[in-house]
Ligand binder design. Sequence first.
Ligand code: GLY
Length: 388
Amino acid sequence: MKPAQGTSAAATPSFRVEEQLAYCAAQARKTVAQTADYTKLPRRISAGKNQWEYVDREDWTSGFWPGTLWYLYQQQPTGFWKEKAEGFTQNLAPVLDHQTVDHDLGFMFYSSYGNGYRLTKDPAYKQVLLRAADSLATLFNPRVGTILSWPRMVKQMGWPHNTIMDNMINLELLFWASKNGGRKELYDMAVSHARVTSQHHFRPDGTSYHVAVYDDKTGQFLKGVTHQGYADNSMWARGQAWAIYGFTMCYRESREPEFLDRARKSADVFIRRLPEDQVPYWDFDAPDIPQAPRDASAAAIVASALLELSTLVPDQSAAQGYRRQAEKMLATLSSAQYQARNQSPAFLLHSTGHKPNGTEIDASLNYADYYYLEALLRLQKLQQGKPL
Ligand code: GLY
């Protein structure tokens, strides 16, 4: 069923965080029951289907299922969740035995090993994270000041140095490593990447390009283009979501005021242009709105980011506004319209992975579920008066 049009925001259903956390745990138990092999990671359930399609450890989304299991362990620290989280996490380490393929190591390792280390302090996890950070750092180009996101696109697309907005999320691994025994340069790289991205990756109205292309020798910004969005100048919903989440995280880690400013500008234009039910279309400029598919993954990422942003902005009325906005988005994602419930073992429906490619349209996606669960846990902490 497609999401309803014109639902009044005032009529969004209320939800209880604890009930939604119990729902996520029940759905995840269904996936666990169907997924005995630790080398198979559930990635998507296509529209109208009820079974996960699996990927191997090399996929950019391979960290999200183990990360989801760690979040469930955080909520309910039982041997059941720990054993599963450990099994799927430890399957990922061989990715680091070959040359660095692209920037996705942060998504893959910080969601899995990062959450695992946060919750268990297992020193073996720390070593893997430090190796992952060093591997990611090999893609940093000091002449540009950012990480090369997609080495394969240098020749394929003629993009000598390309940085995608999604890359912002991977900086968290560098920040973490610099504070946990890694080189100080990792911190400097993360700050430089965020600064250069803030300078070139945005249009004057605060919306972002998906890909920024630079001259790899001079560092000059050449052009902003899209890969997964509708057009070079459109606002691809998940790209903007990565910007909001990434700059919020960079401000938390560095306290550089320009990152807070960028996070707020990115969030404000996203919020201003949302449809009534608060879940974006896959691209805010898709020509077939309101028939265009939604992207619940972007809503989940932004809800989680706004909860953190609400703890960082000094202005209390702005803080309350971001928190209320996150709650509205989570209320919609917690409604029957957006939840898989008895249809499949996923948490959420109606995400879009790669529309121009014709793949993962109106699907369930492992990262939509991961960020939805993260947002619920963050909201639970805020409701309990605890720090995130
Ligand atoms: N990082 C790829 C995506 O957001 O689809």
